[in-house]
Design a protein around this ligand. Structure first.
Ligand code: IMP
Ligand code: MG
Length: 182
């Protein structure tokens, strides 16, 4: 069995400050126009839960989508499956996808293209983290971004390692002990 430990990468305070500034920008940009926040389950739940009440807009609606990208280990494949679709139509609406982390871009690019085909009025992307070093989908534009990180496997603030550590209040990086022996 592999041994690992978790090191803090981004503190609760740093995250909270970033979330406040992203929410301010989103409030300003949508200017009380109707917007559907689409949370990507399960990784974005804490981000969504924290940013949502900071967005000042009486026409804000929330919906969820869940996708899984089958692959081995910690690398996603392009083979994306929708596990739970949106509850409501987004045709003619402003859609803002709330994502936890964009790595290869396989998952979000699949979701983005699928939602775009439903003819929303606008569609934008908000991600707490960006790991650009492994990006396959170079065309992806992140409209609202929290932090760019290096190629670490991260956990916490909604993100998991084999379904664990989503409850950590900060973002940590997983250090595999074998890496230390190299
Ligand atoms: P992508 O399809 O490679 O862009 O990966 C997308 C999803 O895989 C992210 O939205 C995360 O939910 C998950 N993921 C990617 N990298 C990490 C990581 O370092 N920690 C935890 N989850 C990750
Ligand atoms: Mg995700």
């Amino acid at each position: 069995m592999e041994n690992y430990h978790i090191e803090k990468l981004i503190s609760e305070q740093e995250i909270n400050e970033k979330v406040v500034s992203l929410a301010k920008q989103i409030t300003k940009d949508y200017n009380s126009e109707e917007v559907v926040l689409v949370g990507t389950l399960k990784g974005s739940i804490i981000f969504l839960g924290n940013i949502m009440p900071l967005i000042d807009n009486d026409n804000l609606i929330v919906d969820f989508i869940s996708a899984s990208s089958y692959g081995s280990g910690t690398m996603s494949s392009g083979d994306v499956h929708i596990l739970k679709d949106l509850d409501n139509s987004i045709e003619g609406k402003n859609v803002l996808i709330i994502e936890d982390l964009i790595d290869t871009g396989n998952t979000i690019s699949y979701i983005y293209n699928m939602l775009k085909a439903r003819k929303p009025k606008t569609i934008k992307l908000c991600s707490l983290l960006d790991k650009p070093s492994r990006r396959i989908h170079k065309e992806l534009k992140i409209d609202y971004l929290g932090f760019t990180i290096e190629d670490y496997f991260v956990v916490g603030y909604g993100m998991d390692f084999a379904e664990r550590y989503r409850n950590l209040p900060y973002i940590g990086k997983v250090i595999f002990d074998e890496e230390n022996n190299k």
